[in-house]
Design a protein around this ligand. Structure first.
Ligand SMILES: Nc1nc2c(ncn2[C@@H]2O[C@H](COP(=O)(O)OP(=O)(O)OP(=O)(O)O)[C@@H](O)[C@H]2O)c(=O)[nH]1
Ligand SMILES: [Mg+2]
Length: 235
């Protein structure tokens, strides 16, 4: 069974070496695809050096910052062109602990989508401001009500897709950019009738570099979930 971990990066020069080495230490059998949006801080160049040193590491360079959703769509297309059985999402900033990946992968043969969840029993967040926790819980609760997707952590960005789950989704139609992309993918997986499970994880606030979270990202998610929710209720 082959696995690709897709890691989007934008200005993660302090994190990219650390995260790739932690992933490969925890799961030596996996491969990694770093998707870099021409980071001004040279993350892409560091990723090239890492890839030159280890054949399990690959790099996809994109022209400029186009958002998390666009980076993942490109990474998924790259994965689907190759033979990977499982495709994972993981942030570069250390918030998703590579040491938890094994527990997600253990469930992957059974479920179309496995979420690394902060908001199920056993899950937790470390060093996150109360405001961020509230925002995340509220986004998941709103998604549950509006979209009828019975998951506790709809915005989880630590996840494993089976190949056939991703292949069933028309990625060209997924327009979401920010963490709304995660909600969008979750609802599409459910709509296609694929199974979803949540595995508790410990989410750790980044130590190095800066968050790319903006109010525009929050606005996009609220607006999109509202629009999807009303069109679901109408149909
Ligand atoms: N390629 C690419 N990667 C991105 C982009 N925006 C964010 N990322 C990466 O996506 C991951 C998640 O972004 P973060 O900035 O950590 O956002 P977040 O996790 O929602 O916010 P924090 O919890 O505050 O860190 C990180 O690895 C980022 O480097 C983008 O436009 N392009
Ligand atoms: Mg982060």
């Amino acid at each position: 069974m082959s696995t690709l971990v897709v890691i989007p990066t934008y200005n993660e020069s302090q994190n990219v070496q650390l995260i790739t080495s932690r992933v490969l230490a925890a799961q030596p059998q996996v491969e990694i695809l770093v998707v870099d949006d021409n980071s001004p801080d040279g993350t892409g160049k560091i990723a090239n050096e890492l890839a030159a040193d280890d054949e399990r590491i690959h790099v996809l360079h994109r022209e400029g910052k186009q958002g998390l959703g666009a980076a993942y769509r490109a990474g998924f297309a790259w994965a689907l062109e190759r033979d990977y059985d499982f495709i994972c999402e993981m942030d570069a900033d250390g918030s998703h602990r590579p040491e938890d990946l094994g527990r997600l992968l253990a469930k992957a043969p059974e479920f179309g989508l496995v979420l690394g969840s902060r908001w199920v029993p056993g899950g937790s967040v470390v060093n996150w401001p109360k405001k961020r926790e509230w925002l995340s819980r509220a986004a998941s609760a709103y998604s549950r009500v509006m979209l009828g997707i019975a998951v506790k952590d709809a915005t989880a960005g630590f996840r494993v897709f089976q190949r056939r789950t991703l292949a069933a989704i028309d990625l060209g139609r997924v327009a979401s950019q920010g963490y709304c992309f995660q909600i969008d993918m979750t609802r599409r997986v459910r709509a296609l009738g694929h199974s979803v499970t949540e595995v508790p994880v410990t989410f750790v606030e980044r130590e190095f570099g800066q968050s790319k979270m903006t109010w525009e990202i929050v606005r996009e998610a609220m607006w999109s979930v509202t629009v999807w929710g009303f069109s679901r209720l109408r149909s």
